[in-house]
Each structure stands twice: as C-alpha cells, then as structure tokens.
Design a protein around this ligand. Structure first.
Ligand code: CA2
Length: 147
C-alpha cells in the first residue's frame, strides 16, 4: 500500500493483558483476537491495519510521529495514558489525519480520575463502552470516512 494509506492501531499500557485478567471489565478476547478482527475489517476495505502495543509513553509518541508518514488514520486506546499524557496529546496534535479515541469500558462510569481525557480534544471521533467488538466497527467506520 502506498504512503499514508494505512490505519495505525495503537494500544497503550496493560492492554497486552486483554483476555487474561479482569474479564468482567474488558472481556475474554485477547489483544491478538482484537488485532486480527481489525486487520480483517481493514482488508475488507482494502486498507492495511498496522497494530502496535506498548507500555511505554515515549514509544507511543514515536509511533504517532511515524504515522505522520505512513498512516491516514490512527485508532488509539491509550489506556491510562489517556488521563495523564500531555506528550501523547501533543504528538496527536501534530498528526494531520483522522484520529479515533477508543475505550473498551466507559471511563465516565468509573473512577473520577478516568473522567479526563487528554486524547479527546485531538480526536475526530470517540468510542467508549461497547467492549472489544467496537474495534472492527471503528476500523470499518474509519475506512468509510477515508473513502
Ligand atoms: O476502557 C478502556 O479501554 C481503558 O482505556 C482501559 C484502561 C483504563 O486505564 C482506561 O481508563 C479505560 C486500562 C487498560 C488495562 O487493560 C487491562 C486489560 C486486561 C487486564 C488488565 C488490564
């Protein structure tokens, strides 16, 4: 696929544990399952989905910089960095494509420290509270948005 046509799917800290702990909040499907569904949803629309996960803030910042040259859209679940990271906010501000903020749970129904998002003001669209099945739906919606 030519430059800037991919969708970069970024997962932040602890999301590598999906399906392995706290299934009552995050479900029983693993990160590998979610990434597989997203690659399929992208392929259905002729787009590559570039899947990444990191527990390190700076690595996520570097990937967002990389996306400036490779991706038309970023779908990001920044995990707890959602609520703390001005660095990820600033990096997303420098990305000119579509940005989707996605959460498996609805942070507004949880502890008050989850009620602030530093990703939200940078996002084209937000998804929260639909569980992991929202990921491939979000990828399909982004593909339609990109045309
Ligand atoms: O609901 C979401 O998707 C969150 O972004 C998940 C974050 C949390 O800090 C946000 O407030 C909301 C936490 C991700 C932790 O993921 C785990 C998955 C399985 C087991 C343990 C943690």
């Amino acid at each position: 696929m030519s430059a800037k046509q991919k969708i970069m799917l970024i997962h932040g800290p602890n999301l590598n544990l999906l399906g392995k702990r706290e299934p009552e909040i995050y479900g029983a499907d693993t990160l590998a399952d979610v990434e597989g569904w997203c690659r399929e949803a992208g392929a259905d629309a002729g787009r590559d989905v570039d899947c990444r996960q990191s527990n390190h803030e700076g690595e996520i910042v570097t990937w967002i910089h990389e996306a400036r040259d490779t991706a038309a859209a970023i779908v990001i679940n920044a995990g707890a960095y959602t609520h703390t990271s001005i660095a990820i906010h600033d990096a997303l501000r420098a990305f000119e494509g579509v940005i989707v903020e996605l959460h498996i749970s609805n942070p507004h129904l949880r502890e008050s420290f989850r009620h602030v998002s530093h990703i939200g003001p940078t996002a084209t669209a937000q998804v929260a509270g639909f569980g992991v099945k929202a990921y491939p739906k979000a990828i399909s919606a982004v593909c339609r948005m990109l045309g």
